[in-house]
Design a protein around this ligand. Structure first.
Ligand code: FCB
Length: 457
């Protein structure tokens, strides 16, 4: 029997991101981001939804923070909108933009909630897209670092937990494509695969320069981290051979070999570079040193993993396709794989040999088809089921000695789910978009009880 209790200092939190919740897209000097442009383009986002109003958090942040305090979280991960703070992407600073985050941070601190700030969660200033094709240009890395310096100088007296970029692969490999229509902004066609790897290489550079900028600008010691959603191979059985197979697969899955591997080890995966050949990005001398900055923690966003087993073939493993009837929640990719949380942590510690690196689950949660009952409740036992299983996997990682330090539920509230607009609800809090009414769901109350008892209930 286990009580699934967590260590006393375990960080219970929830997460959001600027473009997904703030709205007020044209207020107080904010200029458009690539997501404003993309979502305003017909056919890009389901139902033509945009983030122009979203959860109106920009105006309702005080009530939202109050609700966070009711939830009982002691940690809140949010992101800052670059085009609110440096509206042209580089150059002049918009004091009103900084003012909003300053008030938000004060409000959080007043409620005993530690702010964890992500400096970039996909809302690139449109001006940089117009100026030089944003992530297609190396210039963006320095512009990002300059913006980071501004933010950290201004908020660093009160914010001491920083994340550079959120999920590099999603705003590079899902935003640029050869032939297809990319699902994410700016949604550009490029002529060759190499151009896509070049965007993620530039993002890695931005991350590295961003880390240096945070450390240089912070008035007090702080935690410097980033957030990745690396792909997780789950051994089909926990036999030695399948575990080895999953470890072999790790650097070869999706973008792992070209994103998390260089960021944490200082080198792209040799196998990836060999496979890419002419399509490998142009890496200048010194780039890898810049990219592989020391980190105080790793933010790990985890939703789903992939099963792998040992195989008698050249690569030594086989990736299994997901069966048709595999349990899945309300996104095409949202397979219920709680073991992915455990194995993801284990791969960082064991496969990449970075057991020195504390890990925070910076996002975990699910979209379900929430409905408000006649009595005004949202009884999302499907979300509770999902999160409970993942938290049990988190407990296992800690019990086995892996350095997991905290968990941020995605998301504090329903929000603009990128290309799916408002159709997909990931929140612990239901948003009635017509009235902006907030309704804490059953999962909200369940999560509050987990926090209160410091265990999975
Ligand atoms: C992640 C994103 C986050 C949210 C969740 C569902 O990839 O970081 O903004 O959309 O997925």
């Amino acid at each position: 029997m286990t009580s699934y209790s967590f260590p006393a200092n375990f960080q219970w939190g929830a997460a959001t991101a600027s473009y997904q919740i703030e709205g007020a897209s044209q207020e107080d000097g904010r200029k458009p981001s690539v997501w404003d442009t993309f979502s305003a383009t017909e056919g890009k986002v389901l139902n033509g939804d945009t983030g122009a109003i979203a959860c109106d958090h920009y105006h309702r942040y005080r009530d939202d923070v109050k609700l966070m305090a009711e939830l009982g979280i002691k940690h809140y991960r949010f992101s800052l909108a670059w085009p609110r703070i440096v509206p042209e992407g580089r150059g002049s600073v918009n004091a009103e933009g900084l003012g909003f985050y300053s008030r938000l941070v004060d409000e959080l601190l007043a409620h005993g909630i530690t702010p964890h700030a992500t400096l970039y969660h996909w809302d690139t200033p449109q001006a940089l897209e117009d100026a030089y094709g944003s992530w297609q240009s190396r210039e963006i890395a320095q512009d990002f670092a300059d913006y980071v310096s501004v933010v950290v100088k201004h908020l660093g007296d009160r914010v001491t937990h920083w994340f550079t970029l959120n999920e590099i692969s999603c705003f590079t490999h899902l935003s640029y494509s050869v032939g297809g229509q990319p699902a994410h902004a700016p949604g550009k066609r490029v002529s060759r695969i190499r151009d896509i790897w070049q965007t993620s290489h530039h993002a890695l550079l931005a991350h590295g320069l961003g880390c240096q900028a945070i450390r240089a600008a912070s008035p007090v010691p702080c935690s410097v981290s980033w957030v990745d959603n690396f792909a997780v191979p789950i051994p089909l059985t926990e036999s030695e051979v399948d575990i080895k197979a999953a470890q072999k697969a790790f650097p070869n899955l999706w973008t792992n070999g070209g994103i998390i591997v260089p960021a944490l080890t200082g080198a792209y995966s040799p196998a990836l570079l060999e496979t890419l050949g002419e399509d490998a990005p142009n890496i200048k001398p010194g780039d890898l040193e810049t990219i592989a900055q020391p980190l105080d923690a790793l933010g790990f966003n985890i939703y789903s993993g992939q099963y792998v087993r040992a195989a008698d073939n050249a690569q030594g493993y086989e990736l299994l396709s997901i069966p048709k009837s595999y349990p899945r929640l309300h996104m095409p990719w949202l397979h219920v794989t709680p073991d992915a949380l455990y194995w993801g942590i284990r791969h960082i510690s064991d496969t990449l040999h970075r057991s020195d690196l504390p890990i925070l689950i910076t996002e975990n949660g699910c979209a379900v088809q929430d409905e408000v009952t006649v009595s005004g409740e949202v009884l999302d036992c499907d979300r509770i089921f999902f999160m409970r299983e993942y938290l049990r996997a988190a407990h296992r990682a800690i019990a086995e000695g892996y350095p997991l330090r905290g968990y941020f539920a995605w998301s504090f509230m329903d929000n603009f789910e990128w290309a799916y607009g408002y159709d997909r609800r990931f929140g612990l809090t239901y948003i009635d978009y017509a009235t902006q009414r907030r309704i804490p769901k059953a999962s909200f109350h369940w999560y509050a009880e987990c926090i209160r008892q410091n265990r999975v209930v």
